[in-house]
Design a protein around this ligand. Structure first.
Ligand code: XMP
Length: 326
């Protein structure tokens, strides 16, 4: 499958049988493409790269070298989970790199969303290039590009995983799920035997919390965002919304407003809740979160997260809002 256009004849993958057929086809194709060479994969821990990892482990086993880069923009506990699931669970060839300082250094004072995406994407490629140079015989770079990334890469956003590699980078791309919509990726993931907690995990953009920490990222505001996001996820888990809502997260803009805490003026950032439902991420509707839950989340975030003094709810469907808030 070398074309970036999904053929009209391609059936929507909705059943385990269709997924099996897709997997068999891709396994054969990947083996034919890479032969006995090694493949480097950016394993972010999101649904897309996890499914690619499982597919490639099935196709080529230890020829796959997974690299998990902690860019400092991960959700709370996420890097630890990647190591747990892939290294311990699937016995993957996994290299862990903590590049937090490198990414945050480059992003310092950069406020423009597209610039941030490009910096993060560019740095990712550099990190992998460096990693590839250290390893012997890496000829291929695998990516978890999916069809909406391709459809939207022209004009809407510079998704970090679309757009190709620099000429001088001597690696060929392996993108086995690039013609799939998100719902199909999940069906394929289940058929590959990945646990539900991974397959039905909400998607997380490559640039991570970088696109949700609006404007120029600072460490304190990024940390506030990470903690508030963890509280949102915890509360959604507790009340059963986690299994029902497609994607939910916090965004924190780079302005402060006046509040009052312990009888004192308390300037802080607002935390914005976004919770949406969708089938294929091309359009999305808003989840109606019960007020009781919203009050609890607001109470916890405003009391437990340093720097946050208000909680807001985004009611905008896609279109006109995108799912991410950047
Ligand atoms: P938008 O914000 O465009 O997002 O409505 C649609 C879906 O794509 C996810 N997203 C990304 N996924 N790399 C990815 O792999 C990215 O750079 C990226 N940006 C957005 C987003 O979270 C949503 O699920």
């Amino acid at each position: 499958m070398n074309s970036n256009k999904r053929p009209d004849s391609m059936e929507r993958i909705t059943t385990p049988e269709l997924a099996e057929a897709f997997i068999a086809e891709q396994v054969a194709q990947v083996r034919a493409q890479v032969g006995d060479k090694k493949v480097l994969l950016a394993l972010s821990g999101g649904v897309d790269s996890s499914v690619v990892a499982a597919l490639l482990i099935k196709a080529i086993g230890k020829q796959l070298v997974c690299v998990h880069v902690n860019h400092g923009l991960m959700r709370k506990g996420e890097s630890e989970q990647v190591i747990e699931i892939f290294q311990k669970g699937l016995d993957a060839n996994l290299i862990y790199i903590d590049a937090t300082d490198r990414f945050l250094g480059l992003l310092k004072d950069v406020a423009e969303p597209e610039k941030k995406r490009k910096i993060i994407g560019g740095e990712f490629i550099k990190v992998f290039d460096e990693e590839a140079a250290k390893l012997e015989g890496i000829k291929f770079l695998a990516q978890g590009t999916i069809y909406p990334d391709i459809l939207e890469s022209d004009g809407v956003k510079a998704h970090h995983n679309v757009g190709g590699l620099p000429e001088e980078m001597d690696m060929e791309l392996v993108e086995p799920i690039k013609l799939l919509y998100k719902d199909e990726v999940r069906v394929v993931g289940s058929a590959l035997g990945l646990p539900d907690e991974m397959v039905y995990r909400q998607p997380f953009p490559g640039p991570g919390l970088g696109v949700r920490c609006l404007g120029a990222i600072t460490r304190d505001r990024l940390e506030a965002l990470r903690e508030a996001d963890a509280i949102l996820r915890e509360e959604f888990d507790k009340c059963g919304l986690a299994g029902k809502v497609w994607q939910y997260f916090i965004a924190v803009p780079d302005f402060k407003s006046v509040g009052v805490k312990d009888d004192k003026r308390y300037e802080g950032w607002p935390a914005i809740i976004r919770a949406v439902n969708t089938v294929d991420a091309m359009t999305a509707t808003i989840e109606e979160i019960p007020y009781e839950v919203l009050h609890r989340i607001t109470d916890r975030i405003t009391h437990e997260v340093p720097g946050i003094n208000r909680v807001l709810l985004d009611l905008t469907p896609k279109p006109i809002g995108t799912i991410e808030w950047e």
